[in-house]
Design a protein around this ligand. Structure first.
Ligand code: 6AU
Length: 307
């Protein structure tokens, strides 16, 4: 298929014919600037393009230690699957971790939804993570001022900084969040996934916010493992990892604005390195089998992408 006109040309013609005024033309220009994906990014030269490099090759570009470890795990376990363990009972979470462990690189929790939390639970979870070689990832989405983030990260009954090598954060309040995480007590090797875009249909995030988030991430490459997003941003940064949630095979969304794409689509069209799958696995009759299926689909798509 060939486009006869670009949208910019079309706007000029409509303006010449007085069908629209200058302000509409400008609005469209701004929209295009903020949302356009460079059509050449999937074919750019190998050295500079994370979408064309293998994970093994990318490990040496990682400035964050956890990102380096993730690349190594992905390359040795042949998996780019992160399971979202959005379950409320500790036994269910531990059982899930055992079942999907061989097929995942990251195990993502929302620790504050757990009803029967006890610190011993974390000990068990850490043991399983060690046995199956995956990383514990607390999806806290820190978004407060630095001092509060520091308390949320290191204190409370959860003491997130003592067990989760990875956490998520919003860029909304700026660098204070990242300084707070960097300076807190806890695991020596830690990484952050900064949220630049969301899978929610109702999101208020726009192109400027997304670009500013990527810029902020690039100022903290020692701490940032990657970015949570839905499109191929930062293709010239092979050391950073794109984490993409909103992945499911048999659904296009839920009733609360979540939107889903298939594993192939997020890897080949949207630049995902790691895909987050929650209910696609946790609600399945056989989570281990489902995890294996997602793992294989994602891995095949990745292999196709880097050829
Ligand atoms: O596959 P689901 O819809 O059952 O679960 C998706 C998981 C949930 C969300 O909190 C999380 O992914 N998530 C995130 C993350 C990872 O930060 C961002 C986003 O934009 N959308 C999203 O669903 O645990």
């Amino acid at each position: 298929m060939h486009a006869i006109l670009s949208l910019t040309q079309l706007m000029e013609y409509l303006k010449e014919e007085n069908c629209i005024d200058e302000s509409i033309v400008n609005k469209v220009k701004i929209y295009l600037n903020n949302t356009q994906v460079d059509a050449n990014i999937f074919t750019k030269s190998k050295e500079s393009n994370r979408l064309k490099l293998s994970f093994m090759e990318r490990a040496r570009f990682a400035k964050n230690k956890v990102a380096e470890r993730i690349f190594q795990i992905m390359a040795t376990k042949n998996t780019t699957l992160c399971v979202a363990a959005d379950l409320t009972k500790t036994t269910d979470i531990l059982n899930l971790a055992e079942e999907v462990g061989p097929h995942i690189c990251l195990f993502k929790t929302h620790i504050d939804i757990v009803e029967d939390f006890h610190p011993n639970f974390l000990k068990h979870l850490q043991d399983i993570a060690q046995t199956h070689n995956f990383i514990l990832f607390e999806d806290k989405k820190f978004a407060d001022i630095g001092k509060t983030v520091q308390l949320q990260y290191s204190e409370s009954i959860y003491k997130i900084s003592s067990w989760a090598s990875l956490v998520t954060a919003h860029s909304l309040t700026g660098k204070g969040v990242l300084d707070a995480i960097r300076e807190s007590e806890g695991l020596k090797e830690r990484g952050v996934f900064l949220l630049a875009e969301t899978s929610a249909a109702s999101s208020l995030i726009d192109g400027n916010y997304t670009q500013a988030t990527v810029k902020l991430a690039l100022q903290y490459t020692d701490l940032i493992s990657g970015i949570v997003c839905q499109s191929p941003l930062f293709v010239d940064q092979p050391g950073l990892i794109q984490l993409t949630p909103g992945v499911q095979l048999d659904s296009i969304g839920d009733t609360l604005s979540q939107q889903y794409n298939t594993p192939e689509h997020v890897v080949l069209e949207r630049g995902a390195d790691i895909a987050v799958v929650g209910r696609g696995i946790t609600k399945s009759a056989d989570p281990a089998l489902a995890a294996q299926k997602y793992k294989e689909l994602l891995w095949n798509a990745y292999k196709k992408r880097i050829v």
